[in-house]
Design a protein around this ligand. Structure first.
Ligand SMILES: Cc1cc2nc3c(=O)[nH]c(=O)nc-3n(C[C@H](O)[C@H](O)[C@H](O)COP(=O)(O)O)c2cc1C
Length: 333
């Protein structure tokens, strides 16, 4: 059965979603995830205050492209009226949906009173969600955690109340705010939410899915409508095609060859430069090389060169060298 968000977004059976990730899920990274079969993506979270002030950094994050659809713009903030305005502004950028972040555990200035903080004040969260829904004609979805801490795991209540004010899907990261990213994600409450007969909207499970096996096992065990993957896709966008292939055929797809790794890396780099310009594009790509070539023996020397070279031509040369140097069988046998 197809998973639908609102009346118009049809994600097919058991969709895989790319989690919103600050400084990671930008258009260049989203491009390579899309190439590898992800069913829906989100922007990095965007500050409502930044959008209202028309700050360049926030405005740039609104950039979305036709081939990315369906795509959601994720916003966060602590002021209800500002979130309503952010909802209006984001909608003008033409996404398929607006997502609200109620999961960010960080306590910096931007996140003060925003993100997961709202899990401590469900009435305010409900009012804020209502305002965001009123600020747009698009479907609104929410991403949150199990609760604030072990004593207040309130996502069950959150799901019911946010559905009542009009959200069209809920993604749940199986940790509390207090856990940050530590320990293991616990999906049992995600299943409880899914099994609540009052809850009709799609429920997506998130947290720690990093293999085909886990995706298959947790799909069965926790009965969610789809899975959202974050960290495991960093440097490994093939995770989407591998999981999809397994679901479709019951068979494991071979991992990427060295040529595929190099190709995806080149695409990511080229898109990065296209979107950010030479200097920033090359600079911000540096954090990704080690991830793309995990498991390759003695990669350190190449990495050192990749992260210090200043021009595209020089970096491409090193990437070609890597491709020729490493025989696929040697590395992945
Ligand atoms: C680098 C990084 C940045 C993140 N930024 C966001 C964000 O902007 N919005 C959000 O809702 N969650 C953000 N998260 C949380 C992820 O979306 C996801 O919930 C979390 O990583 C757990 O999923 P995973 O185990 O599949 O990575 C971020 C996580 C990481 C690692």
């Amino acid at each position: 059965m197809s998973v639908k968000i609102g009346d118009h977004i049809d994600l097919g059976a058991f969709p895989l979603l790319l989690a919103p990730m600050e400084d990671v899920s930008d258009p260049p990274f989203r491009f390579v995830c899309k190439q590898n079969g992800v069913d829906m993506m989100y922007t990095e979270f965007i500050s409502s205050e930044g959008l209202i002030r028309d700050a360049a950094k926030s405005r740039q994050k609104l950039d979305i492209f036709e081939y990315e659809r369906p795509i959601g713009i994720q916003i966060f903030g602590s002021e209800i009226d500002h979130m309503r305005m952010a909802s209006e502004i984001s909608s003008q950028a033409g996404p398929d949906l607006i997502d609200i972040n109620y999961g960010c555990p960080v306590k910096n200035v931007a996140c003060r009173g925003a993100g997961a903080s709202l899990l401590q004040d469900i009435d305010k969260m409900v009012a804020m969600t209502k305002a965001v829904v009123e600020g747009t004609n698009l479907p609104v979805t929410v991403k949150t955690r199990l609760g604030w801490d072990d004593n207040t795991k309130n996502v069950y209540e959150v799901a019911e109340r946010l559905q009542d004010v009009g959200i069209k899907a809920l993604s749940i990261h199986g940790r509390t705010r207090a856990q940050m990213y530590k320990g293991q994600a616990d999906w049992t409450m995600i299943r409880d939410v899914k099994k609540n007969p009052r809850v009709k909207i799609p429920i997506f499970g998130n947290g720690d899915v990093d293999s085909v096996e886990k995706a298959a096992a947790w799909r069965q065990e926790y009965e969610v409508d789809g899975i959202m993957i974050g960290r495991a896709a960093i440097g490994y966008p093939w995770i989407f095609r591998e999981i999809k292939h397994f679901f479709e055929t019951g068979e494991h797809l071979a991992g990427p060859t060295i040529k595929e790794r190099v190709d995806v890396c080149k695409t990511h780099l080229t898109k990065s430069i296209e979107w950010k310009g030479d200097k920033t594009g090359i600079f911000e790509m540096r954090r990704h090389y080690a991830n793309y070539f995990k498991g390759i023996p003695n990669f350190k020397e190449y990495r050192m060169r990749l992260v210090s070279l200043p021009t595209l031509a020089e970096i491409l040369e090193v990437l070609e060298e890597i491709e020729h140097q490493f025989d696929a069988e040697l590395i992945f046998s």
